[in-house]
Design a protein around this ligand. Structure first.
Ligand code: NAD
Length: 284
């Protein structure tokens, strides 16, 4: 059944892409990206019911000339009209969006972070029916950082303490960032340990001595920082630091659009950005 909407319409060469949360910081960039790219067209955009952007033109909200499509709160219609939907919204709506993806056989690119375990289960269940590309970070550079972190963690033993430090803008609502958690996963996987047993989050007060082999996570918030991640390997008298600094959200919107275009014709499954880039997964 997958991608049958496209197969039924072989003369339509433009992939129709919908954007949920299209008036958000990422949503506006995604709409721009879709409208300015070759090979695709905007299917529409949705916002949270009651949002002030509802009724406005999707393209105008993204700073472009009007395209004649109004922003609505009708997610069902958006998924029905799209070959793929790009979702950078909030974790609580993922469950209904994955359900709509399955209902309308619409590919899903999921950039939203901050999911609880039960929400991740619904994503995995939906991926049995449709292709979902889910990435904590859609930038090419960060995905290379995942691979390097795993490699370095495998080379350095527990004499090197691993600490992951991230900084984001003051409006970010979840901590640590999804990317920081993915970096911790990559480090744990490089060391062949389960992150659940070694993650050291939110130190405060009398914490006691650092436990050997733990992977520490710290989050800083402030200003308009797009996203900075450091992976520190601290040994005796020496320290290795891998750093990634994002200076524009464009790296995420470009990566997400690349993922949406890549997803066309793919079999159902849960994919990540390393699959899109053709690099073997950090988890293998
Ligand atoms: P934002 O708050 O600016 O935008 C989120 C938008 O979603 C808002 O406009 C909100 O009104 C809308 N929304 C909420 N409920 C909705 C619903 N039911 N239907 C439609 N729209 C709804 O936030 P942002 O900075 O754009 O980030 C959004 C998400 O993307 C966050 O989880 C963030 O962590 C994540 N993010 C991921 C990446 C990545 O590469 N994976 C990069 C940047 C941000």
């Amino acid at each position: 059944l997958f991608n049958c909407k496209r197969r039924l319409n072989p003369f339509n060469t433009l992939m129709k892409i919908g954007v949920t949360g299209c008036a958000g910081r990422m949503g506006r960039m995604l709409v721009r990206e879709v409208l300015l790219a070759d090979g695709c067209t905007i299917a529409g955009g949705t916002e949270e019911p009651g949002h002030t952007a509802i009724g406005q033109d999707v393209a105008e909200t993204a700073g472009l000339e009007a395209c004649g499509l109004e922003i609505t709160d009708d997610s069902d219609a958006l998924f029905a009209a799209s070959d793929a939907v790009i979702d950078f919204t909030i974790a609580p709506v993922t469950e209904s969006h994955t359900r709509l993806s399955v209902k309308h056989v619409t590919n899903l690119v999921l950039g939203t972070t901050g999911h609880e375990g039960y929400q991740l289960d619904t994503i995995e269940a939906a991926a049995k029916h449709i292709p979902i590309v889910k990435a904590m970070n859609f930038s090419v550079g960060v995905n290379v950082l995942f691979a390097l972190t795993k490699q370095l963690a495998g080379m350095l033993d527990e004499d090197f303490d691993i600490e992951i430090v991230e900084m984001h803008h003051r409006d970010k609502v979840d901590a640590p960032s999804g990317t920081a958690l993915e970096l911790a996963e990559a480090a744990a996987s490089g060391r062949g340990v389960n992150l659940k047993h070694v993650a050291d989050r939110g130190r405060d007060g009398i914490t006691g001595r650092r436990k050997n082999g733990n992977i520490g996570l710290a989050a800083l918030r402030g200003g308009d920082v797009v996203g900075e991640h450091d992976v520190v390997f601290a040994g005796a008298s020496e320290r290795i630091k891998l750093s990634h600094i994002a200076t524009s959200r464009e790296i995420f919107s470009k990566g997400a659009l690349r993922a949406a275009l890549w997803s066309e014709g793919m079999a159902p499954g849960l994919y990540d950005m390393l699959d899109v880039l053709g690099v073997s997964s950090q988890h293998t």
